[in-house]
Design a protein around this ligand. Structure first.
Ligand code: ATP
Ligand code: MG
Length: 566
């Protein structure tokens, strides 16, 4: 019964694993891996893969390896390794002692290559890249054998050894698998196994002048580590026959089972490390951790929580066909999490001075505010109130239309946690006619924001006391791209970059408790959205805030509208 329950729950990958367990494949052992190439920072798509692989290991009491597929010395750096580890930990996963590097297998891979040569299953080819392309054929026409294909085993061994010893310049020779130049699968048309690259590797230094290709290294690394289920994205489906060939011919007993799933695509977002690197290198963003970047470090700095990402990953699930997920869903998951976690505070982003004329000069009183009405255990704090305060400019209108419930001449509103106030006067700059100050009176009987006579006011504004507030920069972000599918329309993602995705608000007035905000700490600025103290620009006692996400939940709205239609 229990077994049935497990089998009927879960996604298609879990169903495959359940089946394998039932058939006692690998004696029920489950080992997955997350195999990044350390050539960039991780992005939200990787987060999906991390949640999936580590999640499977957790669910089945198995193990998940972290393996760096570091076969390309030209593009890989220690900095990327550091950041990848930091990001996975931040997401809440632990590879424990299982940290591996494909480069640790270079000796073993070399031995396997030699074995393949000896068995006549690999040869050294002198064709250049142009010719290789020409000989490969196309999807509709078969390829041609290279003139070097029948080189003798002795000669191949000799040349391969010389390649290894650095006797040839880059590109002079390739080691290729001898499979089938007429295979309908282009990956099987004598793919390259090793290339000459006389370049230092970030881990093996100058030990090697030849490096194994990804398609040879990856499946064998999985096999060396006795990975049971090698989960990867759909584009590797066509590589599976080559992976199986490599493992079968290598003589390594372990046979990892490859399962492909659809990669995550998000609208308004690019998720290719190469393109993200371009944004960094060309200065479109301030770095990999720019809060507009879809990198894990970028959205962390922006104020996203690991819980919201994990929730997002589980809601989108895994599928067999590619689709694009609405960014609004990610934001929805974030709001749901921050709603219960973030302290409610008051911050005035575009200040308008208000004088409460019947409030004593020089007086300050402390008013009580709950930190989060969703969670009493988050306690209360005191906020100072005085004669001169700030409210948002757009919370006041001199000549309001009907149904305007905020402050306007003669109207009464509530100041959150404070008093009812009524506007009595508007003071303007005599030259520019700009409103510079609004005068109000307050009702001393309305302390805390309610009155015994039960009189109702429609509008509530947030505010800060002018004498106690401090000034800070607040940084607002919007999508980096103007198009839902960057590149689709223009052919070049750089042409779709939004010009105004960062707006820095200067001189915002924040309640004094925010002075103690620590970098990364999240708050709800009442009515304005969720914000967090920036981890790069903030200084002790001088925080700078990022808007993480606005209050408007377009996803929830869409869901409601859809439910109504049904
Ligand atoms: P990119 O195309 O961004 O450079 P990649 O696939 O080359 O990504 P890797 O470092 O090879 O990057 O990826 C590590 C793992 O993350 C792989 O198993 C890959 O399938 C997975 N992955 C990468 N992008 C996504 C995505 N958008 N959705 C889900 N999984 C992804
Ligand atoms: Mg890759």
């Amino acid at each position: 019964m229990e077994e049935n329950n497990i089998a009927s729950a879960g996604n298609f990958i879990e169903k495959i694993i359940d089946e394998d367990i039932k058939n006692n494949i690998n004696n029920g052992r489950i080992v997955t891996r997350f195999p990044p190439e350390p050539n960039g920072y991780l992005h939200i798509g990787h987060a999906k893969s991390i949640c999936l692989n580590f999640g499977l290991a957790e669910k089945y009491n198995g193990t998940c390896h972290l393996r760096f597929d570091d076969t390309n010395p030209a593009k890989e750096e220690m900095e990327y390794i550091r950041s990848i580890k930091e990001d996975i930990k931040w997401l809440g996963f632990d590879w424990k002692k299982h940290e591996y590097y494909a480069s640790d297998y270079f000796d073993k891979l070399y031995e396997i290559a030699v074995k393949l040569i000896k068995e006549g299953k690999a040869y050294v080819d002198s064709l250049g890249p142009e010719e290789i392309r020409e000989y490969r054929g196309t999807l509709t026409s078969p390829g041609k054998n290279s003139p070097d294909r029948d080189r003798s085993v002795e000669e191949n061994l000799d040349l391969f050894e010389k390649m290894k010893n650095g006797e040839f310049e880059d590109g002079k020779y390739l080691l290729r698998a001898k499979i089938d130049m007429s295979s309908p699968n282009l990956n099987m048309r004598d793919p390259a196994l090793y290339r000459i690259k006389r370049m230092s590797h970030h881990r093996t230094g100058d030990n090697w002048c030849i490096y194994p290709m990804y398609d040879f290294t990856h499946p064998l690394s999985d096999a060396f580590e006795e990975i049971t289920h090698s989960v990867c994205t759909l584009e590797f489906e066509d590589h599976r026959p080559l992976y199986n060939w490599s493992v079968d011919e290598s003589g390594v007993p372990s046979k990892p089972r490859q399962i492909e799933f659809a990669r995550l695509n998000l609208n308004y977002t690019i998720m290719s490390k190469r393109k993200l690197l371009t944004l960094v290198e060309k200065g479109y963003v301030s770095g990999w951790d720019d809060p507009r970047m879809p990198t894990i470090s970028g959205i962390r700095r922006r104020g996203y929580t690991p819980e919201s990402l994990r929730d997002f990953a589980s809601r989108i699930g895994v599928a067999k066909s590619n689709s694009t997920v609405d960014f609004a869903l990610l934001e929805h998951c974030l709001r749901e999490d921050l709603n219960v976690k973030a302290k409610r505070v008051m911050a005035v982003l575009d200040p308008l001075k208000v004088i409460i004329t019947n409030y004593p000069e020089g007086k300050t009183e402390m008013l009580e505010a709950d930190n989060n009405p969703e969670d009493e255990s988050m306690g209360k704090r005191e906020i100072p109130f005085s004669r001169k305060i700030y409210i948002e400019k757009d919370d006041f209108m001199e000549n309001p239309p009907k149904k305007y419930f905020r402050l306007s001449p003669g109207k009464e509103i509530r100041l959150k946690h404070a008093y009812y106030v009524t506007c009595t006067d508007v003071i303007k700059d005599p030259d520019t006619e700009e409103i510079i100050e609004v005068h109000c009176t307050y009702d001393p009987e309305s302390r805390g924001g309610w009155t015994e006579d039960g009189r109702k006011v429609r509008g509530t504004s947030h505010w800060v006391s002018a004498a106690h507030a401090f000034e800070a920069d607040v940084r607002l972000y919007s999508h980096l791209f103007t198009s839902e599918n960057p590149e689709e329309a223009t052919g070049n993602f750089l042409d779709d970059i939004a010009q105004d995705s960062l707006e820095v608000l200067k001189g915002c007035k924040l309640e004094p408790s925010l002075l103690k905000a620590v970098p990364g700490e999240s708050f709800q600025f009442l009515r304005k959205g969720y914000f967090c103290a920036d981890s790069v620009y903030s200084n002790p006692g001088a925080p700078v805030f990022n808007r993480t996400v606005s209050m408007r939940d377009t996803w929830a709205k869409l869901q409601k509208a859809a439910a109504k239609k049904m």
